[in-house]
Design a protein around this ligand. Structure first.
Ligand SMILES: [Zn+2]
Ligand SMILES: [Zn+2]
Length: 163
């Protein structure tokens, strides 16, 4: 969207900004279904995480900072950083999927957002060290059986009680 400019190429300051023209841009996006709504995102989201609310974020460390449109995006870089910091073991049950499934379970791990992302409006800055935690798909599903999501501690307690 471009604003109308005066003869000096400047946007006039003493009147409301007028739209001059639009530039059509075609971008490849991926559709993700969350709840009853569809969102368009730049990186495909693994189905295992599809019940996680989409992140609204700018992730600046390491990767180029991303300017988000209105919809939220999940940063694959933030996920990777989280796993680099916290490892591939579930922080609830302390198991990794490769403990259970061998080689095929190696990259299967969810990343859970400790902050209720759906409640953040617009931009949200994610710190992969403090905001993101690795959890196995089972524990992750249990965390999200309630709204707001259960704490890791709450699910851990239930697990240890039963074992
Ligand atoms: Zn687990
Ligand atoms: Zn989650």
């Amino acid at each position: 969207m471009f604003a109308k400019v005066d003869e000096h190429g400047k946007i006039p300051e003493d009147e409301p900004v007028k739209i001059d023209r639009f530039e059509p841009i075609l971008q490849r996006k991926f559709l993700v279904e969350l709840g009853k709504e569809w969102y368009s995102v730049e990186t495909p989201i693994p189905p295992a995480n599809s019940y996680e609310p989409l992140i609204v974020q700018t992730f600046e460390e390491g990767e180029q900072s991303m300017l988000l449109s209105k919809r939220v995006e999940r940063s694959a870089a933030a996920r990777k950083r989280c796993l680099d910091i916290h490892g591939h073991q579930c922080l609830v049950c302390n198991k990794s999927m490769s403990d259970r499934y061998g080689e095929m379970g190696e990259d299967v791990i969810d990343v859970h957002h400790l902050n209720e992302l759906s409640q953040t409006n617009g931009k949200y800055l994610v710190d992969p060290e403090t905001d993101l935690v690795p959890v196995c798909p089972n524990c992750h599903r249990m965390i999200h059986t309630q709204q707001p999501a259960l704490s890791l501690e709450a699910v851990r307690k239930i697990l240890t009680k039963l074992c």
